[in-house]
Ligand binder design. Structure first.
Ligand SMILES: C[S@@+](CC[C@H](N)C(=O)[O-])C[C@H]1O[C@@H](n2cnc3c(N)ncnc32)[C@H](O)[C@@H]1O
Length: 317
């Protein structure tokens, strides 16, 4: 018979790692479509998985959980606070958990007292924005704010100050101990980078598979949320990304990319159809989560574009 301690250990070892954050554009809903685009000839060999816009890593964790033979993974994001959190989870999970437990106990103790909860939240937000804390404290505050803020949004102003108000969760999970340990274990074989997506080119191997999930092009002027960092991802950034994908294609690397389907919203908008006309464009159904207006959370199509079976004719934009 197993003792309590052994059962706990067994649960911890068998725990399937999943995203530790709520993140705009999280890809959990699209995973089965993305899976269908994964080339089996590559994934059955020792391949390198590269995710240049990792965000909360829904696809990353799916890959790490499902391809144990994966040789290497490389993740990148321009958001320094996000990448600091990945680094801390990888190297100091126990200490991080101790701080998160304190934050969780203190926040839960205020249940039923909205004014004090707000005071606590805004005090922690101010502390986070002062950026005077150690990296481990910053990582804990990053997770705390993500779990307690309005709709799990990450939004900063031009001064890189996080400015999302408090959410209305009663007893949000701030410290998911088993998940942090499971993630920490998986991240040991992951190279973690912080910066622009183009830097991932130097981390390729012979069998590299890229998954790109950039900030989506807004469906219309007012609809969209795509400010994950102080720098905006506009149309010229989308074009720079396409040029990078063309370069990878010439170098024989395989890639899959998701983006919004602007044509689904406006029949005459051929932005992505023109930009990626040399590649395979599929339209898949997707449900958007991060939208404060419940009416706008309905079904939409999104694009999944790959360079597999492409006819390799480039149009210079
Ligand atoms: C759509 S989100 C990725 C969502 C992610 N797939 C998930 O499941 O949570 C886009 C990410 O791109 C990052 N980003 C924006 N501009 C970037 C750039 N130039 N290079 C690298 N990352 C960038 C943002 O910080 C954000 O985390």
């Amino acid at each position: 018979m197993l003792h309590d301690k052994e059962i706990k250990l067994k649960i911890a070892t068998n725990h399937t790692a999943r995203p530790f954050l709520k993140w705009a554009g999280g890809k959990t809903q699209l995973i089965s479509d993305i899976e269908r685009s994964f080339p089996p000839n590559l994934t059955q060999t020792n391949f390198t998985y590269i995710e240049p816009f990792v965000g909360s890593g829904a696809v990353l964790f799916w890959v790490l959980n499902n391809f144990p033979k994966l040789e290497k993974a490389v993740i990148n994001d321009i958001n320094e606070d996000l990448i600091n959190t990945y680094n801390i989870i990888t190297s100091r999970p126990k200490e991080l958990i101790s701080i998160l437990e304190i934050l969780q106990n203190e926040f839960h103790a205020l249940e039923g007292n909205e004014d004090n909860k707000k005071l606590y939240y805004y005090e922690k937000r101010q502390l986070y924005n002062s950026r005077k804390e150690e990296q481990i404290e910053q990582a804990a505050l990053f997770i705390f704010l993500n779990r307690t803020c309005f709709n799990g949004l990450y939004r900063v102003n031009r001064k890189n100050e996080y400015n999302v108000p408090m959410g209305s969760y009663k007893r949000p999970t701030i410290c998911d101990k088993e998940n942090i340990f499971a993630i920490s274990k998986l991240l040991q074989k992951v190279e973690i980078l912080c910066g622009d997506f183009e830097q991932t080119l130097s981390y390729t191997d012979k069998n590299s598979l890229f998954y790109f999930d950039p900030p989506y092009k807004p469906l219309n002027e007012t609809s969209s949320f795509n400010s994950y960092s102080k720098d905006k991802f506009n149309d010229s950034e989308q074009i720079r990304l396409r040029n990078f994908c063309s370069k990878l294609d010439i170098l024989n690397h395989t890639w899959i990319l998701s983006n919004s389907d602007v044509k689904g919203q406006n029949e005459t908008n051929n932005f992505f159809d023109d930009l990626y006309s040399s590649f395979n464009i599929q339209r898949v159904e997707a449900r958007r989560n991060i939208n404060s207006n419940a009416d706008k959370r309905g079904l939409l199509t999104e694009l999944l574009i790959t360079n597999q079976l492409s006819n390799r004719k480039y149009i210079k934009v």
